[in-house]
Design a protein around this ligand. Structure first.
Ligand code: PAF
Length: 286
């Protein structure tokens, strides 16, 4: 595995793949790699001839400098995970990704302000800006993102549909703890033992609501059942909503049949912000 720390050494490491026209698969990460990241890397390895994984803790997507400082970092371990998975290039750029006098950001003006964007103002500007820069450095054919961050992947898809990035965005299903169903996240490292048990109620509350969705029928009733269950478990709810997957519009009334929706929720446990989501489609037989 080659290690590149700036765009020039990355270009050098990618040159053989570019020369033979090999499709490049790319997984952007902020490190602290867990099983969810490993699933992304595996998908990338399976689908592409040449794989690049970036590790960059992106300062401009954090709400506070404290949150940025405290984000878990373990570069040595991350690199050895990537090496063991036969990744071709690890790209670990430095803070100079952003010039000291940086003024330009990529902004989506509507969906980025909702839900996760309302709880964390400016977060998605930071995400889209770094993803756009990384796409320009790596120029991948395919890029892999976890569906756990559903709003993020929706916005990235939207960005590449409006800007001429020639890249296919591939969503990889959320990886969960096999006992509790808790979605893998680098932030889980901040949870205490009791916090982990509490956090698992996010998955339970959403799964219960989905099971009852055909009976509850309206989006608001389904979302409310998630909120009630979480509150009964003593969990602080930030939001629980249902959106139409196509346009990310929030839905409150009766759900149309055979239409892909997503139920999205965010909670705070032990002061840690956690998110999760599930697909929701009502079929005529339900
Ligand atoms: O999902 C993440 O880890 C980050 O938001 C990303 C896409 C690597 C951008 O910093």
């Amino acid at each position: 595995m080659k290690l590149a720390r700036d765009p020039q050494s990355l270009a050098h490491a990618l040159a053989p793949a570019r020369r033979r026209g090999a499709p490049i698969g790319f997984v952007p990460t902020m490190g602290a790699l867990h099983e969810g990241h490993q699933a992304l890397v595996q998908e990338c390895r399976n689908a592409s001839d040449f794989s690049v994984v970036s590790i960059f803790v992106n300062p401009i997507q954090f709400e506070t400098s404290d949150a940025f400082r405290k984000y878990p970092r373990n570069p040595k371990r991350d690199l050895s995970v990537l090496r063991s998975m036969n990744v071709d290039v690890a790209y670990c750029p430095g803070a100079d990704v952003y010039p000291a006098d940086t003024l330009v950001r990529v902004t989506e003006t509507t969906v980025s302000r909702l839900f996760e964007g309302a709880v964390r103002p400016g977060h998605f500007d930071g995400v889209l800006t770094i993803v756009a820069k990384l796409f320009m450095h790596v120029r991948p054919s395919m890029a892999f993102f976890g569906e756990k961050d559903f709003q993020q992947i929706w916005l990235i898809r939207r960005m590449v549909s409006e800007f001429p990035f020639d890249v296919r965005i591939i969503g990889v299903p959320t990886v969960r703890d096999h006992r509790t169903g808790l979605a893998c996240s680098s932030r889980n490292a901040f949870l205490s033992g009791s916090g982990r048990r509490k956090a698992a109620s996010l998955n339970r509350a959403m799964s219960d609501a989905l099971d009852r969705a055909p009976k509850l029928r309206t989006a608001d009733a389904i979302a409310l059942s998630v909120v009630r269950k979480l509150r009964a478990d003593g969990v602080r709810v930030r939001y629980a909503v249902i959106v139409r997957e196509g346009d990310f519009a929030r839905v409150r009334d009766r759900l149309a049949l055979n239409t892909p929706y997503r139920i999205l929720a965010a909670v705070t446990v032990d002061g840690v912000h956690l998110i999760d989501n599930f697909p929701l489609i009502l079929s005529p037989s339900a």
